[in-house]
Design a binder for this molecule. Structure first.
Ligand SMILES: Cc1ncc(COP(=O)(O)O)c(C=O)c1O
Length: 365
């Protein structure tokens, strides 16, 4: 069996077959149907907020969030280079301009300290990413937003189910989006969730995902961002298994933590106090600069263990973004991007955790 870095967490096929048959028989396949509405309701309950909407992917949810929650007439959106391209693509699709700043020292996210010097009279929003589901400094960003009047829009693509002191990370900032893509902690095959603190903005978003139709009247710009009944069905059924799967993935996380505790070349990730993680990624830093990470990835792949260097290429190094605005140095992000490795983690890997960790250690030698 190939051990991929992560894999879709699916409900039993028989359960999907049964619900798919109901959807088939109803002939109602999309457009805010029963299954979509049930999933939305269950997620509202789970996140303890009614200010969410579903979308057909995380990228479209983020485009909508920037379009709606960023300050109009201002152009710049301050964000991180240590992320997936969709973060900055969304800023451009929303007719804004990304401005890249460094991540904080020792962390994976941009911080109020790295963002503040980049704020000017044209700043429209700040867009931090809860990288690997590990929360940014939400208290610090909330204070920065209060002080400057600039909205915070979180890319919480990785953060489904993450809580900080018992509160869902999704309901932070002016807006926040989650990806429910097949590779995420919880999935609807393709999909996304958008949160808006302002109910009016939430209604605007829902209409935006439905061609701009508001109560039968097309009164705003829109696109097709609806989540189909079949996609929603995968989510609705998968949700029942989510918490048990988090428990299983946490076993793998803690096993790795213990295994690598005394290995000098590997720096594991500390979960901050009060954070309940979804354990969807297991990022480590390979601190010994003499170790060639590409070679490690190759050696492990030869053993059918697939690791990923997320995000070894900063957005600012990609040809498409290389001429973008950057404020300050990107020293922390650059150093991290050269040393980061994500190890396989999944609820089904508990029986394989020792094999994976042992092979990783061997590949580092
Ligand atoms: C940080 C980040 N933002 C946005 C996205 C886009 O989400 P989606 O694939 O659902 O469009 C991803 C996807 O992996 C991501 O990693």
């Amino acid at each position: 069996m190939k051990i991929t870095v992560n894999r879709p967490s699916l409900p039993p096929y028989s359960e999907f077959e049964e619900l798919a048959k109901e959807i088939w028989d109803s002939s109602y396949l999309t457009n805010f149907g029963t299954v979509h509405n049930k999933l939305l309701h269950n997620l509202e309950f789970m996140f303890r907020t009614e200010n969410i909407a579903l979308c057909n992917n995380g990228t479209n949810a983020l485009i909508g969030a920037v379009k709606i929650a960023a300050l109009p007439k201002k152009k710049k959106v301050i964000t991180t280079p240590f992320t997936f391209a969709a973060t900055a693509h969304s800023i451009l699709w929303a007719d804004k301009q990304p401005v890249f700043v460094d991540i904080g020292k020792g962390g994976f996210c941009i911080s109020p300290e790295t963002v503040e010097p980049a704020i000017d009279s044209d700043t429209s929003a700040i867009l931090p990413v809860h990288c690997y589901g590990l929360p940014c400094d939400i208290a610090g960003f909330s204070e920065l937003s209060r002080k400057t009047g600039i909205p915070i829009i979180y890319d919480a693509a990785h953060a489904f189910g993450v809580e900080v002191n018992g509160k869902s990370l999704v309901s932070e900032g002016s807006a926040s989006i989650v990806s429910t893509h097949a590779t995420k902690a919880f999935n609807t095959v393709e999909g996304g969730i958008a949160y808006f603190s302002d109910e009016k903005q939430l209604r605007q978003f829902t209409a935006m995902t439905n061609f701009g139709i508001n109560g039968g009247v097309t009164d705003q710009l829109g696109f097709n961002g609806k989540l189909s009944e079949l996609h929603a069905a995968v989510g609705l059924l998968g949700l029942k298994y989510f918490s048990q799967r988090v428990v299983e993935r946490s076993k793998v996380w803690h096993y790795y933590d213990e295994f690598f505790a005394d290995i000098d070349t590997v720096e594991t990730t500390v979960i901050p106090h009060g954070v309940s993680l979804n354990y969807a990624y297991y990022p480590v830093k390979i601190v010994d600069r003499n170790i060639d990470l590409d070679e490690v990835v190759r050696k492990l792949a030869a053993k059918d263990i697939i690791t990923r260097k997320y995000f070894s290429e900063l957005l600012t190094e990609m040809p498409f973004f290389k001429d973008s605005l950057t404020v300050g140095t990107l020293d922390n992000a650059t150093a991290l991007s050269n040393r980061i490795l994500c190890l396989p983690i999944h609820e089904s890997y508990v029986p394989h955790q020792d094999f994976i960790a042992t092979e990783v250690l061997a590949a580092l030698k």
